[in-house]
Design a protein around this ligand. Structure first.
Ligand code: ADP
Ligand code: MG
Length: 359
């Protein structure tokens, strides 16, 4: 665990970059620092690995003041990833990744073996090993940066706007890969970004900072969306908070109607205006209206993995406002009718807003 205890950083000249920051970044979780440019994110991050020392207060790593640990020892346990990867331009990819193992005195073969293993882990083809950074795309360079930070298997990873310089599509895939890696590795990650959507996607907990280095709110993403602490956080979060909140609520508990799922040759049950028609493998063919028998468009969501947002989306894509629930193989498990969905949405809102002020 990383703890900030009353940390203030005043730069020469008088700028207060971080103002009395107290928070904890739990072990094995991703804590995101988010806020506008100049709010003290980078300064906060660098006080963890002692690239910057606080003016007041202290930063603890597993209960120990980092200022009691000499910087090289400290940094051996802390991977650091920055924008553009921060790669050495004159070193091949494999040697960039092996930087820390070389510093630790590993023999060359072992260090390169480790580097190649990490390349695979972060989704880089083996053929890139002997290239130089300028021969890689921006997204590939960021992956190299992540692999290099992981090379000596440090328990802590600091990431300063690592994905900010790549285009949105590549960025989304880098974010997915970080989450996938983290599910395996369970590092203690402090991730800095100015992008609130990135913060909400990646963070187990999110610390929202405002200019002057004040902590405005520290909460889980659903807590932030449901109950922003003040107008600054509310406006920083932007629009559609209610809809975005639904992404964090599971759809698994929605009541399924199985009687509304029929084969092509079957009649609809008594009183049903719409049924879902499935093939012999229970895959959906479309909605069928009682009055004309035509098959029309439909939306589906996965019962086990999708959120209430996905279920609502599926309902909006169907002619009768009901969602088709499928299993992981895409076979129909049942139908969530509009009234069931309405009750779930109302209850979700009530639960979320009971935690704090609305807005
Ligand atoms: P962020 O990463 O959120 O953009 P920084 O931590 O880089 O913010 O900077 C916070 C504030 O401290 C800004 O006002 C910035 O200008 C100032 N600052 C950062 N580094 C220095 C420095 N070395 N000397 C003086 N002021 C600095
Ligand atoms: Mg910064």
């Amino acid at each position: 665990m990383i703890s900030f205890e009353g940390v203030t950083k005043r730069y020469p000249g008088g700028t207060v970059a971080v103002n009395d920051l107290s928070l904890e970044a739990p072990t094995g979780e991703i804590t995101v620092f988010v806020g506008p440019s100049g709010c003290g994110k980078t300064t906060s991050l660098r006080m963890i690995n002692r690239m910057i020392d606080p003016t007041e207060g202290r930063v603890l790593l597993d209960g120990r003041d980092v200022r009691e640990i000499d910087p090289p020892t400290l940094r051996r346990g802390i991977g650091y990833v920055i924008q553009h990867g921060g790669l050495f331009p004159h070193r091949r990819i494999v040697d960039n990744i092996a930087t820390v193992p070389y510093l630790l005195g590993w023999d060359k073969k072992k260090a390169r073996g480790r580097a190649r293993e990490l390349m695979e882990r972060v989704g880089l083809g083996d053929e890139l090993a002997d290239r130089y950074p300028y021969q890689l795309s921006g997204g590939q360079q960021q992956r190299v940066g992540v692999a290099r930070a992981l090379a000596a298997d440090p328990p802590v990873l600091l990431m300063d706007e690592p994905f900010s310089a790549v285009d949105p599509v590549v960025r989304a895939s880098l974010q997915e890969e970080l989450l996938r890696l983290q599910a395996e590795l369970r590092k203690t990650i402090v991730f800095v970004t100015h992008d609130i959507d990135e913060a909400i996607k990646l963070g187990d907990r999110v610390a929202v900072l405002r200019v002057g280095g004040h902590l405005a709110q520290h909460a889980t993403p659903p807590e932030l969306l449901a109950a922003p602490a003040d107008d600054f956080v509310r406006s920083f979060l932007g629009r559609d908070r209610g809809i975005r909140l639904l992404s964090f609520l599971p759809a698994e508990d929605l009541l399924l109607r199985r009687d509304l799922v029929v084969r092509r040759e079957d009649p609809a049950p008594e009183g049903a205006d719409w049924v879902v028609v499935v093939d012999e493998d229970r895959r959906p063919l479309g909605w069928r209206a009682a009055w004309n028998g035509h098959l029309t468009a439909f939306g589906t969501y996965r019962v086990k993995h999708d959120s209430l947002r996905a279920a609502l989306d599926a309902a909006l894509l169907s002619p009768c406002g009901a969602a088709i629930a499928v299993d992981d193989e895409g076979r129909v498990e049942g139908v969530v009718t509009r009234d069931v969905l309405d009750v779930a949405l109302v209850r979700a809102a009530a639960d979320a807003y009971s935690g704090g002020e609305g807005g």
